[in-house]
Design a protein around this ligand. Structure first.
Ligand code: AMP
Length: 550
């Protein structure tokens, strides 16, 4: 028997309409580096997004599912693109401005982008690539930055403000199938070519609802969220669409992502929430330790994208800022888990839950798979690869405009689950604890050592700013851990024996203690600010590290 319910497609167009009318007074504030930031209401954003859609159709000839790229910081114009492009039936393709140029060119060509909306300050990155980007017919430039490099380029150049000025604030929005492509994002591609994940209207709509649930970020129109996570990193974790859906004010840092301006932004604008990777929070902590600022408005902060060291959480607790740990991937839109402890626990009892990656929402089913393909129990002890499925989780990668979508065996199970490549355990009450990426696990004499556990323990040492532990070949054990540490400014000379003893005192088993140590100036980071362990492995293999063996 079929239901008697209406079948209304879940689309970004609906989010746009809802946000600009019901929440018309909410604001997007963009940092400008000037005394006053720039402010625009959702009503204005909605009207301008509609003008942008008209301009894209009438001037650029966008009339179907063409891919329109953005090479932009987090700002109001980028939010307009987020709403206009999918709503008109085209596909928003956010480009990661920190990727090496050749990877960026590969991605634009693979997606066959027709046009790119670019911030003026990023033209020095885009213009040299243009000879390698034959599909780009139009460049739309927004915001400050020298335009002179654009003289003589082949694509047609438009100024964003001139392009949308005077256009109608109504548009004949198409009736879209909710399963149609709305946006795409390529994984950072640490091995092999980057892989394109294509989000549907439906997946974005459902994911936005989940982001807004109290068990996830739980924001309302009383909140302001500081969106530090870049709009090119899994759609800023879904925040621009989710906030537009529920009227949450956005504070956008634009290109001012250094710790000092971030601290100023927080003190002046008093956001109630923020989202960023651990590296950002580490940097901000060092800044406010040296130059104290009031961060207490941020009652609730989402931290994810890489494991949050418990010591970082503790440090922010002392500043009156509560970090909530979340796990996700480009392939999962990204919200997979969030670590809100169960009800009825004291602060002390909450702690063991807070340091996990968190619980799965109803829309994310999870299972753990052992090395032989067997499904493992949720007992908090059996470690295996995490597999997930759900309505905002990828089923394949983009195959190119005339190709079939790709389902590599190492990424998807035969029965359609996403193999995350993350290894961990799940407790009986459904809390996930990740111990490693499958490729980062240290296999020592047939036993596994968790690099994350060693890193977290090391980063709790008062002299250690950052620590990254990688597997290195060992004749006797197959692999052993190499601990690389970054010392805090002003820390005493390193004493590896003392660090090793500190690890032992914090509960690391004796056989897991590293014997190879190296002090490094900084942990290499990926384009989205995560520890880039393959660089450390390569530096070790090529003898570039000064290693002490105890
Ligand atoms: P990306 O698609 O670039 O966002 O990378 C996704 C990967 O980041 C995941 O598969 C994890 O390995 C890692 N990751 C994300 N969040 C966390 C977290 N809270 N703890 C540990 N690793 C994480």
């Amino acid at each position: 028997m079929l239901s008697t319910m209406q079948d209304v497609p879940l689309t970004v167009t609906r989010i746009l309409h809802h946000g600009m009318t019901i929440h018309g007074k909410s604001q997007v504030t963009t940092w400008t580096g000037e005394p006053e930031p720039h402010r625009r209401t959702f009503a204005e954003i909605g009207a301008r997004a509609t003008q942008l859609a008209n301009a894209l159709r009438d001037e650029l000839g966008v009339d179907g599912d063409q891919r329109i790229a953005t090479l932009m910081w987090n700002n109001a114009e980028h939010v307009e693109a987020y709403l206009a492009i999918p709503s008109m039936g085209a596909v928003l393709h956010t480009l990661n401005l920190r990727l090496p140029p050749e990877q960026l060119a590969w991605i634009v060509n693979h997606a066959d982008d027709k046009a790119v909306i670019v911030n003026g300050s990023l033209l020095p990155l885009l213009v040299p690539l243009l000879p390698h980007l034959p599909s780009i017919e139009h460049i739309v430039v927004a915001g400050p930055g020298d335009r002179s490099a654009l003289a003589g380029v082949t694509p047609r150049v438009h100024e964003y403000e001139e392009l949308i000025a005077g256009r109608p604030t109504t548009f004949d929005w198409p009736e879209l199938d909710e399963r149609q492509a709305a946006a795409m994002c390529y994984t950072s591609g640490t091995t092999g070519d980057p892989k394109g994940v294509v989000y549907s209207h439906r997946s974005i709509y459902l994911h936005s609802m989940q982001v807004n649930m109290t068990e996830s970020m739980g924001l309302t129109d009383k909140d302001t969220t500081l969106v530090v996570v870049p709009q090119f990193h899994v759609n800023a974790w879904g925040l621009p669409h989710a906030t537009f859906m529920s009227g949450v004010n956005m504070l956008m840092p634009d290109r001012f992502l250094q710790p000092a301006p971030l601290a100023d932004m927080i003190e002046r604008e008093r956001p109630t929430h923020a989202a960023a990777v651990p590296t950002i929070w580490q940097g901000l902590l060092a800044e406010v330790t040296a130059n104290p600022r009031d961060l207490t408005s941020m009652a609730n902060v989402t931290i994810g994208g890489a494991a949050c060291p418990p010591s970082l959480m503790e440090a922010y607790d002392k500043l009156g800022v509560r970090l909530c740990h979340a796990w996700g991937m480009t392939e999962t839109s990204p919200l997979g888990t969030m670590a809100h402890p169960p009800a009825g626990l004291s602060d002390e009892e909450q702690w063991p839950y807070r340091v996990t990656q968190g619980r799965f929402p109803a829309g994310v089913e999870a299972r753990l798979v052992g090395p032989g393909g067997e499904h493992l129990p949720w007992d908090g002890e059996s470690a295996g690869e995490l597999e997930v499925r759900g309505p905002w989780i990828a089923a394949a990668y983009y195959g190119g405009s005339d190709g079939d979508h790709l389902r590599p065996e190492d990424k998807f199970s035969e029965d359609g689950w996403l193999k995350t490549g993350d290894v961990g355990v799940i407790s009986a009450d459904g809390f996930l604890t990740l111990t490693d990426r499958a490729k980062d696990v240290i296999k020592s004499g047939g036993e596994w050592i968790s690099s994350v556990e060693l890193e977290n323990a090391l980063m709790a040492h008062p002299d250690v700013a950052e620590a990254a532990v990688v597997a290195v070949p060992d004749e006797k054990w197959g692999e052993r851990p190499l601990a690389t540490v970054v010392l805090k400014e002003g820390a005493a000379d390193v004493d590896y024996e003392a660090l090793k003893a500190f690890l032992a005192e914090s509960g690391i088993a004796k056989w897991q203690l590293p014997e190879r140590w190296s002090v490094i100036p900084a942990v290499p980071k990926t384009s989205v600010g995560k520890f880039d362990k393959k660089v450390i492995r390569k530096q070790y293999a090529e003898g570039e590290l000064d290693v002490t063996q105890l």
